[in-house]
Design a protein around this ligand. Structure first.
Ligand code: UD1
Length: 360
């Protein structure tokens, strides 16, 4: 039988997207072995994250297929980097003319890819659709709202995200499939050995502009960490490193700074830690996948279902509020399957194939 082809272009740029893309690449590989329609994937890296420990290490460790083009955009203001990405992605799309463009999450790379594709009338697949923090001051919220409204196929991690889309009038092409980050955790779980330390420890990541860019806020968070009853390991994002240095914030002896962790090392720390303190979206869920409670140093979350089951506490950045959550956090939580069964990637590929057949 003659094999038909479906060309996708996947656009990534920031750390969590590399992990999500690896799940999809694996699902594509599996589908190509089972189906006559062959999915040909081209991966474009915008270069939003460029330090080796923020980028290359993920591609190597997760065996994400090459070749891919790196647009090497790097840092800059939101307008500047989004504009450069838009131009670079448009060029790639015009050259390769894929049938679909695939984007993940809510970064500036996601937004640029969605805009470029929409203007060229190339249908967009948004994975991790429908998340809302309801805070339009977050660049990620702006990115995800616009991307959802431009997308043809929208894959939601949970029912709550489908409801968010419905409230905005988006009901066509929406599928609840589970969370691809959960797929990644389950897939790699057997390859890791939990970090073992003599003393208990909390794992902490801080990187959002809202937390890092004001001296008062960053000082408040690190003062709270100093009073944590157990050690705190902080894999430090380059932005946070820069701001800690520029504000001359002193670190307490119970706070251990380490470089950004490769994905498998991050999972090992999650499995070995007692609880998590973070302003990251992804880590809130990953804490839950490992049955750890999470103190979220933000004023809202996209993952309200975790707050409802008491796995996550939203405490903001006030020192006392963070400290008051330490004792709550020490007890583990039960992990149930609110985010699917670890096969979201495969379900997404089945939907893409089905939709592609009906539009031929
Ligand atoms: C971005 C995403 C955020 C995601 C995060 C994952 C946006 C708006 N934000 O935030 O949603 O949770 O990635 O990590 O897209 N830098 C380096 N080396 C790097 C990357 C960044 O030094 O490899 C520094 C630069 O000074 C840069 C700053 O960190 O200006 C922030 O990087 P950026 O990609 O703008 O945002 P993130 O905070 O990483």
């Amino acid at each position: 039988m003659k094999k038909s082809a479906l060309n996708t272009m996947t656009i990534v740029g920031a750390r969590p997207q590399f992990v999500k893309a690896s799940v999809l690449s694996r699902a594509i590989d599996r589908s190509n072995k089972l189906n006559t329609t062959q999915i040909i994937e081209t991966i474009i890296h915008t270069g939003q994250h460029y330090d080796s420990n923020m980028s290359n290490v993920f591609f190597d460790e997760l065996s994400i297929p090459k070749p891919f083009t790196n647009l090497n955009i790097g840092s800059g203001s939101h307008g500047s980097i989004t504009g450069k990405m838009l131009e670079g992605i448009e060029r790639e799309l015009q050259q390769k003319r894929p049938d679909w463009v695939l984007v993940f999450g809510d970064t500036n790379s996601t937004l640029a890819a969605a805009l470029a594709a929409a203007k060229l009338h190339i249908p967009i697949i948004h994975i991790e659709a429908g998340l809302r923090s309801f805070n339009r001051k977050m660049p990620e919220e702006v990115n995800r709202v616009i991307t959802d409204h431009l997308s043809t196929l929208l894959f939601c991690p949970s029912e709550a995200s489908r409801a968010n889309l419905a409230r905005e009038g988006i009901t066509n092409g929406v599928h609840v499939v589970g969370d691809v980050m959960y797929d990644a955790t389950l897939y790699h779980r057997s390859q890791i050995t939990p970090v073992h330390r003599e003393d208990a420890f909390a794992l902490c990541t801080i990187h959002r502009a809202e937390t890092t860019d004001e001296k008062k806020t960053l000082t408040s968070v690190f003062s709270a960490l100093a009073n944590c009853p157990i050690e705190v390991i902080v894999p430090l994002h380059p932005r946070t490193k820069k701001m800690l240095e520029s504000y001359k914030i002193k670190l307490s002896r119970n706070v251990e700074i380490v470089p950004p962790l490769p994905y498998l090392k991050l999972l090992e720390h999650l499995q070995g830690c007692d609880f998590v303190i973070t302003d990251s979206g992804g880590l809130q869920k990953e804490a839950y996948f490992f049955g750890k409670r999470c103190i979220t140093v933000r004023h809202e979350t996209e993952w309200n279902e975790l707050v409802e089951i008491d796995a996550n506490k939203i405490v903001g950045t006030d020192k006392n509020k963070i400290e008051n959550a330490f004792l709550w956090a020490i007890n583990p939580v039960d992990t149930t399957s609110i985010y699917g069964n670890g096969n979201a990637g495969q379900i997404i590929i089945q939907h893409i194939l089905k939709t592609h057949q009906t539009t031929l």
